[in-house]
Design a protein around this ligand. Structure first.
Ligand code: SER
Length: 587
C-alpha cells in the first residue's frame, strides 16, 4: 500500500473524516496564485467561526503548488507541485494526542526506527510560554531529551510572526537521512536531519492591528510532504529516484533514448514541470497558457520543459510530451477525478502550447546566439531579454538558464520592470478572469459579470436545475461561461436561454448585495462554485428571485443596464463541461 493510502486509512481509523483536496487555484483569493499548504482552504474553520460539515477531525491529501523558486527545480529535492498529507483537529484533540498519532504512524505504520527521529519544539517568547507539553509528550513515547531542540519563533511558529490569521507554535519532526551513524544529540542545523512532518498548534489569531488573541478553539494542523517522505522510506537521497517518479523518469528515458544518470537536471525539470502543468490544466479554474497570472506560470512550465527536451535531443515536434502526460495521468487519475475526466483537455492544451512555442523556439535560439555574439560585458540587457520574451516567447528563466550555460548574466531587475509594465497592460485588457476576483471594475466588465449570474440562472431553468458553474472568464469584449452539462445544447435550448436572459434584462430587476456569514448564506439557498474557497464572511448578490449567488462582485445595480444579451457560441470545454461565449450590446 502506498503512503497516501496508509496515511488516510490510519487517520480514518482514529475517527477522522477524509475531505477532498480543494482546487489548487484558489477561487476567491486573488492575492495568491496557488494553494501552497494543505491548511489554506481550511482557514475559515480553523478560525472557528463556522463548523466544518465533516466534523472536527479531518484528514486529506491536498494539491499544492509553490512556484516562487522555479530556479531551484532541477535539484534532487525540489518540486513545483507536491501533495501534502494533513490531519486536523478543529477544537478536538490537541498537542498530546496529535504527537501520539504522529509517533504511532511513523514508528508503527511506517516502521521508521525511532532512533532516526528527532523533533524541534517552541522555545517560547514574550507572549507564549515554552512548549514543555509537547516536549514531555515526545519523551513519554521514548524520544530522548537530547533529540529535542527548543527553537525560537523564526523556526517554530507557523506560518510566521508577520502573517495575519490563525497561527501558533509548532513541533517539527526530523528524520536522519544518511548512511552515517546517527548522532546522539540532535542538531537541527545538520543537514542530514530533514524535516518530514510539521504539527502546528493553532490557538492564536494574529489580528491586523498587530495583536494576538486566542482563537475560539485550540486546533491542530499537520502537514507532511508526500514526495519527500516516500523518498526517505525508500532510502533515496534523490526524490526523483523514488517510486513517485519511477514511471515518469522511465518514460523520459525512453522518449530521449538517454539515461537519467548524467541528465538528471533536464529530466527532473521535464518531469516536475509537466506534472505541475497537468494539475494546473485539470483544476476547475480552467487555467490555460497565457501571459498573466496562473496562465503565465503554466506557459513558463511547459516552455521550460520543452527547452530541456530539446537539450536532451528529443524531437520536440513528436509525441514525446503526450506520452509523458499520459504516464503522469495514469499515476494520478485514481486519486483525482479531475484528471480522469480531462485527459483529452490536457493533451490538447499542452499540444497547442507546444506547437506555438516550437514555432518561435528555433528562431529565438538564433536570436540568442546573435545577442551573445554582440555583447561585450557578459550581460544580456533588459531590452534584449525583453525582446526574447516578447517576440520569441522566452520566459525570463529560460533566457537566464541559456545565459548561465554560456557564463553570462541577465539584467533580471531591468527585465522585470519592463515586464511588469507590460503585464499591467495585458491584465487590464483581460480583467475579470476570476469570479469574485475582478482586477478591474470597468463598466463593461461589470455588466458581463452580472450577465454570468443571469446566464447561470437561465441554464438552470431551461436545461436542468443541476447545472453548475464551472468557471468564467470575462474580457471587455465578451464573456465565457463554463457549466456542467452532459449534452450539447439544442438550438431550441440556446434560444430559450438567450430569450430568458433578455426578458430578465428588460424587467429591470434590481441587483442587491448583502454581507453575511458564509454558513447563513448557504442556508439561505445562495449558490456558490467552491464552498471551501470563500472567506467566512461573504457577499451574496441577488437579482430579484431569479438568482442568488455568493460572489465578490462588482455588479450593475439593475439588470436593464446590460443592454442586449446574445450567445455567440456553445461548445464542449471538457468532459461533462460545456462552454458558452456570449456578448452584450447596447440596444
Ligand atoms: N500548515 C503547516 C504547513 O504547511 C502544517 O500543515 O507546514
Amino acid at each position: 500500500m502506498n503512503l497516501k493510502d496508509l496515511y488516510i486509512n490510519y487517520f480514518v481509523s482514529k475517527g477522522h473524516k477524509q475531505i477532498p483536496s480543494a482546487p489548487v487555484v484558489p477561487e476567491n483569493d486573488p492575492s495568491v496564485l496557488f494553494n501552497t499548504a494543505g491548511m489554506q482552504p481550511l482557514i475559515p474553520y480553523l478560525k472557528g467561526e463556522i463548523k466544518h460539515p465533516y466534523g472536527r477531525r479531518l484528514v486529506d491529501y491536498q494539491k499544492c503548488i509553490r512556484t516562487n523558486d522555479l530556479d531551484s527545480i532541477g535539484d534532487a529535492t525540489h518540486h513545483t507541485f507536491f501533495e501534502m498529507l494533513g490531519n486536523w483537529s478543529l477544537g478536538d484533540y490537541f498537542k498530546e494526542e496529535s504527537i501520539g498519532y504522529s509517533y504511532e504512524f511513523l514508528t508503527n505504520v511506517l516502521k521508521i526506527d525511532p532512533n532516526r527521529l528527532a523533533v524541534t519544539v517552541f522555545r517560547g517568547n514574550d507572549y507564549v510560554p515554552r512548549d514543555t507539553v509537547s516536549a514531555n509528550a515526545w519523551m513519554s513515547h521514548g524520544i530522548k531529551e537530547e533529540r529535542i531542540a527548543y527553537m525560537g519563533e523564526e523556526d517554530n511558529w507557523w506560518p510566521n510572526m508577520e502573517a495575519y490569521g490563525p497561527c501558533g507554535s509548532d513541533t517539527e519532526i526530523f528524520y536522519f537521512r544518511s548512511e552515517d551513524e546517527v548522532p546522539k544529540v540532535f542538531d537541527p542545523s545538520d543537514e542530514r536531519w530533514v524535516e518530514i512532518w510539521n504539527n502546528v498548534f493553532m490557538e492564536y489569531n494574529h489580528n491586523t492591528d498587530g495583536t494576538f488573541t486566542l482563537l475560539p478553539s485550540k486546533n491542530v494542523d499537520t502537514g507532511m510532504g508526500l514526495e519527500r517522505v516516500v523518498a526517505i522510506l525508500e532510502g533515496k537521497n534523490d526524490n526523483y529516484e523514488s517510486s513517485v517518479w519511477e514511471n515518469v523518469i522511465k518514460e523520459i528515458e525512453s522518449v530521449s533514448g538517454k539515461s537519467y544518470y548524467g541528465n538528471e537536471e533536464s529530466m527532473r525539470i521535464i518531469a516536475d514541470h509537466i506534472r505541475t502543468s497537468v494539475f494546473i490544466i485539470t483544476d476547475p479554474a480552467n487555467i490555460r497558457p497565457s501571459n498573466t497570472d496562473q496562465g503565465y506560470i503554466l506557459r513558463r512550465l511547459i516552455r521550460r520543459a520543452i527547452r530541456h527536451a530539446k537539450k536532451l535531443d528529443i524531437d520536440i515536434s513528436g509525441e514525446w510530451i503526450n506520452k509523458i502526460c499520459n504516464v503522469i495521468m495514469d499515476e494520478y487519475q485514481g486519486y483525482y477525478s479531475e484528471i480522469r475526466e480531462n485527459r483529452n483537455v490536457v493533451i490538447d492544451v499542452i499540444q497547442n502550447e507546444t506547437i506555438k512555442f516550437n514555432k518561435t523556439l528555433e528562431k529565438g535560439l538564433r536570436e540568442f546566439e546573435k545577442i551573445i555574439n554582440k555583447i561585450n560585458d557578459k550581460l544580456i540587457d533588459k531590452d534584449q531579454a525583453f525582446k526574447l520574451y516578447d517576440t520569441y516567447g522566452f520566459p525570463i528563466e529560460l533566457t537566464t538558464e541559456l545565459a548561465k550555460e554560456k557564463g553570462l548574466r541577465v539584467d533580471i531587475d531591468g527585465f522585470n520592470e519592463r515586464f511588469k509594465a507590460h503585464q499591467l497592460l495585458s491584465r487590464t485588457a483581460s480583467a475579470g478572469k476570476f469570479k469574485g476576483g475582478l482586477q478591474s471594475d470597468g463598466v463593461v466588465e461589470t455588466k458581463y459579470h452580472t450577465a454570468t449570474h443571469l446566464l447561470n440562472a437561465a441554464l438552470k431553468r431551461v436545461v436542468n436545475k443541476d447545472v453548475h458553474q464551472k468557471g468564467s472568464n470575462i474580457t471587455s469584449e465578451r464573456m465565457r461561461f463554463d457549466f456542467s452539462c452532459d449534452h450539447k445544447l439544442s438550438e431550441e435550448e440556446k434560444q430559450k436561454v438567450e430569450d430568458l436572459v433578455n426578458e430578465w434584462i428588460k424587467e429591470d430587476i434590481p441587483v442587491n448585495k448583502e454581507i453575511m456569514k458564509k454558513e447563513d448564506a448557504i442556508k439561505s439557498g445562495a449558490e456558490c462554485m467552491f464552498l471551501d474557497k470563500y472567506p467566512d464572511t461573504v457577499s451574496v448578490y441577488s437579482i430579484g428571485d431569479v438568482s442568488r449567488e455568493l460572489c465578490g462582485g462588482p455588479h450593475v445595480s439593475s439588470t436593464k443596464e446590460l443592454g442586449k444579451f446574445k450567445i455567440i457560441k456553445e461548445e464542449a470545454s471538457s468532459q461533462g463541461v460545456r462552454r458558452i461565449k456570449a456578448v452584450l450590446s447596447d440596444e
